[in-house]
Design a protein around this ligand. Sequence first.
Ligand code: HEM
Length: 518
Amino acid sequence: MEAFNTLDHVLAGSNPTIAVTPNIAILVSFLLIIFFFSRSGNKSDLPFLNPDGIFGLNHSRVKKEFEADGKDMLAAWFAANPDKPIRLNCDTGTATVLPPKYATEVSTQREFDLFEFLKDAYHVHLPGFDGFAEVCQPAHLVNNVIQRDLTKALPKLTKPTSDEASAVIDETFTLKDVYHPVILSDAILRIITRTTSRAFLGDKICHNKKWLENALAHAAGVFTAGYELRLWPAPIRPIVHWFLPKCRNARAQVKIAHDIIMPVILERRAERARMEAAGQAPPEYNDAMSWFEQAANGKDYDPIGAQLALSFSSIYTTADLVSQVLINLAQHPDVLEPLREEIRTVVGQKGWQNDSLFNMKLLDSVMKETQRLKPIESALMRSLAVTDVKLSDGTVVPKGDVVAVSSHRMWDSELFPSPDKFDPYRFYHRRQEPGKEAASQLANTSVDQYGFGLGRRACPGRFFATNSAKIVLTHILMKYDWKLQDGFEPKPVYRAFGIRFDPRTVIEAKRRKEEFHV
Ligand code: HEM
């Protein structure tokens, strides 16, 4: 108890430095030695981008360097060696980053396992990381429900998502018809949290302020908690996590989610039992709470982890895409009128139809071009090599390495002329070329554009994400004019592999005269 208090006190500082009693120091040293010698063997011939000395236990220094400069380091390597793999030390361990020519191979190799990667990187055996634990369950309930039930329900979700988007956009962008500042990240995160919660948890919980705050806090917090815990050597994480503030927050957020969601699930179960006992058909709910219950079919699962997984997979990713689209459009206002004209034709004349979102082809192109220029990661399809994997050209990815495929094909001038230029019509025109129609749509992935991953490694939520983002953008396009604040040039933020829209962005927005009810 005393020792834990000491450790707790030490951990309150920002650096993971251990200054504890001799007994603990001996124990920790012993564990570190085991950890050091149990690291994966070095069966790879590949060079290291950021090598560390043999005394660089846990490689903290070089990992932090990669955290800060990873984008430039990888860009420099692939500029000089476009087709050559490279190894590096990053916060999730030793990684082999492959050039794009390996994308198909990585997406089909079963020995590259996403779930083993998540188990390791997101501490699934520790409380607070319940969402990751549920994603990694062998039954893969979360993936199955997204792929099957959520995607099947999309036509029915358009109207409720649109109604929810309308209400929350009124709140965040306001009804003011003079230019006023809107903090982009705050506004879009609130909008996406609410619209996605409508689909996942129905219309009652999606209006519960505590749920919305908690879902948003967890969506960001669980990733930072995972990251901060990874800075500590693996053997002591089961102890350290009890004391790290971010991990404590993650546990508290799981508890809040439990207190909000579980009573509704229990009420529905009881109602179902009552109706069945009375020989009546139980009511149907078109939300993920009910899809999980049906998919589990009485088997044990964690409904709270499942819901948290849905929200943390959706919120930041979708908000990032929508925010970056709004930034790109502010920088290319000439395309606003053609986009509005498309919406007038598709939604204005007929209201929301089953094919409305499909028919927003220019908006789809703007979104896909946005994702091409700024995918969410500079290397995608991250997974763990569960055995030594020999690739078709003889390259070996050693067991225990994280593997990822560099995104730089999306910036290749042979495939995408003027690759640094935002061309809103790029995919709109491609879509009209024979044989390219499918691959030019945002939700479809290809070896040239794998912003949503590829093949069996593609994001299962991409159809839902595409639809939700389009609905939100439709409302904003028809209801607001917006521009960037004078003199401000947003710059994406790079951290390790991650690329996020500039969170400092504040736009000036004003309500337009309503043309029709979206
Ligand atoms: C614009 C929004 C989104 C983007 C850009 C995105 C991107 C990705 C990518 C790239 C992957 C594959 C992993 C990789 O290649 O590194 C992935 C996986 C995943 N995504 Fe998304 N995603 C988005 C939205 C969503 C949504 C809305 C959901 C849930 C409804 C979701 C659920 C998942 C899940 C569960 C996985 C793991 C898939 C697996 O089991 O292989 N994503 N996402």
